[in-house]
Design a protein around this ligand. Structure first.
Ligand code: ACO
Length: 334
């Protein structure tokens, strides 16, 4: 069995910054409510007329990650693309990346696990590396939320939270088994699927049916039972972090850097307090980007690495919880 190691990181967000005050011109909300409940100050939204999409942002992040890994595009053996906001119903964004990067005809899969999408994507790539099937895998998380949000007061409980962006990493074969991804831990609980959902358009409720409802059917906007999600998130985050540590005979005191999915600053702070971690052991950037779902962990990981917050041999813990419900953790020896 091989080990797998992150050898290149990159992210891309659109230039267009949307502040909380900007949102208060679209809906009945305000900077104080948003910051107090979520910690978010601003987010990046793709502006009208931009070419950007989940796939295109993913490609922009991927180019940086490939270059930083010291690889050429022809070294990439496989693509794993996590998103809940793909450019098309089908095919997935992974094949678009294969085309836009002009890669050889390598395999490409999309992961549809929302906020824990990047954890699932990294875990999937890790298995292919560990078995020896592939040497270098491009793993992308990207979201184009802004075009699908209800930007009226009706949708304010959800739409103020989400931002657009993409992150990417290269996962490469590592001969030293003490380094790289030590383990990953994945979970789901589908009975709560309707607590955080975009139900339409779906094959069960296709576009003509939505149009025929004359505006009554708004199931194409995200629905979230925020309080219920919050309560489950703090429990599952804690459980899956402990599961990862115990699987590797590690303690909370061994954590050098915890990078949680950026769902809500209050969730991250709750988990930080529960584990007794210092501010310099937890990386949060939701203030600047909002919740970028499948992109949030990889954007945060890239920023933390760029800022020098992650050093060689550090124990890095990634964890996420979200729609499905799905949740998971990845334990990395950097
Ligand atoms: N501005 C002003 N007021 C608002 C806004 C807003 N943007 N949104 C809601 N309110 C109001 C509500 O209408 C409500 O008013 P009322 O008391 O008069 O009825 C009041 O504020 C409180 O609303 P709650 O929804 O109870 O607020 P809460 O404190 O629960 O915060 C939030 C909402 C931020 C969504 C929180 O529940 C949360 O973060 N939940 C978890 C989100 C999460 O982790 N999601 C998972 C990842 S997402 C994914 O997987 C796709």
């Amino acid at each position: 069995m091989y080990s797998s190691k992150i050898t290149g990181l990159g992210y891309y967000v659109p230039d267009n910054v949307v502040t909380n005050d900007d949102l208060s011109e679209l809906m009945d909300t305000n900077d104080e409510w948003i910051q107090e409940r979520t910690g978010i100050k601003e987010r990046h939204w793709i502006p009208d007329g931009s070419e950007d999409s989940s796939a295109i942002m993913g490609v922009k992040a991927a180019k940086i990650a490939i270059e930083r890994a010291g690889l050429s595009k022809d070294d990439i053996d496989f693509i794993v693309f996590a998103t809940l906001s793909p450019d098309y119903f089908f095919p997935g964004c992974g094949v678009q990346v294969q085309d836009m990067l002009d890669l050889p005809t390598v395999g490409a899969i999309d992961i549809r696990n929302q906020c824990s999408g990047f954890i699932y994507a990294l875990s999937t790539a890790d298995q292919f590396i560990k078995t020896g099937m592939y040497k270098n895998i491009l793993v992308i998380g990207a979201e184009f939320h802004s075009n699908g949000l209800d930007k009226t007061t009706r949708g304010r409980g959800v739409s103020v939270i989400f931002g657009d962006g993409a992150g990417a990493c290269i996962l490469s074969r590592e001969e030293d088994n003490s380094k790289g991804i030590l383990s990953s831990h994945l979970h789901s609980e589908g009975k709560y699927a309707d607590k955080l959902i975009v139900a339409s358009p779906s094959i069960k409720n296709w576009v003509p049916e939505i149009i025929n409802s004359n505006g009554k059917d708004i199931s194409y906007f995200p629905y979230m039972d925020g309080t219920f999600v919050f309560k489950n998130a703090v429990v599952r985050f804690s459980e899956v972090i402990m599961e990862g540590l115990e699987a590797n005979n590690l303690q909370v005191s061994d954590i050098d850097m915890f990078i949680p999915h950026q769902a809500n600053l209050r969730i991250s702070q709750f988990v930080q307090k529960k584990f007794g971690l210092n501010d310099d052991q937890v990386y949060n950037n939701i203030m600047k980007y909002g919740n970028t779902t499948a992109a949030s962990i990889i954007i945060a990981l890239t920023e933390a690495w760029e800022n020098g917050n992650i050093k060689d041999n550090d124990l890095v813990v990634l964890a996420a919880f979200g729609s499905g419900f799905t949740w998971g953790s990845v334990i990395i020896r950097w």
